[in-house]
Ligand binder design. Sequence first.
Ligand SMILES: [Zn+2]
Length: 459
Amino acid sequence: MSPADVVLRNGRVFASGEVFHGGLAITGGKIASLGANPFLPAGKRELDLQGALVLPGGVDTHVHLRDPGRRERGDFATETVAAAAGGITTILEMPISDPPQYSPEILRNRVRCASERSSVDFAFYGAAGNRAEFIPALADAGVVAFKTFLFAPPAGREEEFLGTCAEDDGALLRILEAVAETGKICAVHAEDDSIVQRCTAALRREGEKNFLAHGRARPPIAEVSSVNKVLRYARHTGARVSICHVSTPEAMELIRTAKRQGVHVYAETCPQYLFCDEESVEHLGPFAKFNPPIRSKKSSDGLWQYVLDGTVDYIGSDHGPFLPSEKEPGLSDIFACPAGSTGFEERLPLFITAVREKRVPLQRTVDLLSTNAAKTFGLFPRKGAIAVGSDGDVVVVDTERDFIVRRSCMKTAGRDIARLYEGRRLFGQVMLCLVRGRVVHAASEEVPSASGWGRCVLV
Ligand SMILES: [Zn+2]
């Protein structure tokens, strides 16, 4: 038998819902065999995992790299190195860019930029907003899903949001009808803009601009009301909808009920809503500013129930780097800086730590970080599984040794704003990350640049 391209031995491999001792062989970018050490073939390259855990590479459903727009914040090159360092082998890139991909031509240009620079595989959402006439053509061009925002573009960022916003209910209904025709998913940022605008205006009138004012400007009811509407429209149109970054137990409860009633809805949440609460906001202000906002401890605790019961389908990092100079005005006026932060590199360690603390089973974690997203977005079993014939996308994790999160050690170009988990003691450092059999990240050494190795995953 000819040797495999790469053989990983002596690991604890998570496959088909179980952990076995042994490894796997990858040839031609695909997993060729799995088994106990004595039954693995010889490899041109052999890696001894020393008992580390091997998981399917992460699929991140919520990513904002924006390239070729705003490359000073980080681009497909820098940020996909960070993704690999966080065990993420496939990213689903959102449409916010200059310009957003609301047409096949713009999409092709972004795919080209990502192909030239990305180290990990990628797929793109298409923008679904006030350019809805392009939806069928975008679907044919291979977007993984669509994304729509239910608000007017933020002031000063109109170009970045062009074609992504459904500015009223009629527009949303039309978009969902058009997306339903394609059979693809419409991901929705669900916060009621009229509530947000009124709350913000009232706070500004009172001169409120402290760190917690951002959360008061976007209260839970803004999310709950909007999710309720989207679920109604999904039921009416038959569209498959994904509710992005759900931050409240109340919205989760609506989603759970809708799922039981047969609405085609999927729920995403993000680490910051599960592992942080308003205490982080009080300390970090602009560096803990997200839309929707990080909420109370009670809310964060309440979300976990939905992580465990299957209401949450997948975890998106919402990774989106900014420059310190963009965040710093928020120190004196929280409304004066953009929302969002990095998150690729902490996602897996946060969950591995939660597994150790017995807050969540390993099986559920793998589903949330990889398998469910692959299944929902049509990438399975190529992605999201360690199985013969699947892509050789694997992450090797050290579950036994702890480490302290230090932004100075991060790969993201946004490391200066990556303060949310600074100083936290976590487990689950990524030792190795392979994309289609190629090592794109190793904790112990610098690996040759894999920029340009990443491929577009068309669906
Ligand atoms: Zn986002």
